[in-house]
Design a protein around this ligand. Structure first.
Ligand code: KIV
Length: 264
């Protein structure tokens, strides 16, 4: 049976009804495979690290994000796709609106995602008022890694928990349809999820939220450079790929491949 594509209303309605599964995707090939089970595909700027081999997400460009979003939408026509706005593409309302419109006009993305809390509420409101579906992203913000001096887990003090809850409320009031909460103590993330009516999708935020997101190359064990504590590798993709190519090499060298069935 053909899967029914979610809408922002379906995503909002899922809150307190069922948990949402989001996974990143960067290309049509994997998007086709991942969409079979994922509710939402996120074209995350994490592609700059896992696919482009860069040390952080900051050098991803809007052109790249649009290119990859088109590829993902091509492979997963029946799935809700979010395009991550890259660093430097939403520094003020005017620029954010111009660039979000580019995403909508140059790809079939269903929504965009921006990092930031209260400080970005005005911007989220402008985007929402202009017909753009916005997913917020609060907590540990990978695009701030250089400014913050590292990836720092949030929600460790009552003061910080209060600030995070205020961030989530501000983003919700501004019109976001869901919020990614990253790298936050589980107790804090659960309080954030309870404070808002829109779904809170966690990554490194424990199980007291409304859904989970993982970077697909992490969960498939393909990315070997480092493994954050919150990642579960569901398969050891790196070993599978290496073993397959080593097997192929042996067969090429021994002339076992191509066999008769692979030969015209
Ligand atoms: O870029 C990304 O993949 C993300 C997820 C970590 C949420 O923003």
């Amino acid at each position: 049976m053909m899967k029914k594509k979610l809408t922002i209303n379906g995503i909002k309605k899922a809150k307190n009804e069922r948990l949402l599964t989001m996974v990143t995707a960067y290309d049509a090939l994997f998007a086709t495979l991942l969409q079979e089970s994922a509710d939402i595909l996120l074209v995350g700027d994490s592609l700059n690290m896992s696919f482009n081999g860069k040390p952080d997400t900051l050098s991803a460009t809007l052109d790249q994000m649009i290119y990859h979003t088109n590829a993902v939408c091509q492979g997963a026509k029946n799935t809700f796709v979010i395009c991550d706005m890259p660093f430097g593409s939403y520094n003020n309302k005017r620029q954010a609106l111009k660039n979000a419109i580019r995403v909508y006009q140059e790809s079939p993305a269903d929504a965009i995602k921006i990092e930031g809390g209260k400080d970005k509420a005005d911007l989220v409101q402008t985007l929402s008022e202009n017909g753009i579906a916005v997913c917020g992203h609060i907590g540990l913000l990978p695009q701030s890694v250089r400014g913050e001096g590292g990836y720092i887990v949030r929600g460790k003090t009552p003061h910080d928990i209060e600030a995070l809850v205020e961030d989530a409320e501000a983003i919700e009031d501004a019109g976001a349809f869901c919020i990614v909460v990253e790298g936050v103590k589980a107790e804090a993330a659960a309080l954030i999820a309870q404070a808002v009516k829109i779904p809170v999708i966690g990554i490194g935020a424990g199980s007291g939220v409304d859904g989970q997101v993982l970077v697909f190359s992490d969960m498939l064990g393909l990315f070997e450079a480092f493994t954050p504590k919150f990642v579960k590798k569901y398969i050891d993709g790196a070993s599978l790929v290496k073993e397959a190519v080593a097997h192929y090499k042996t067969e090429v060298e021994s002339k076992t491949f191509p066999a008769n069935e692979h030969t015209y």
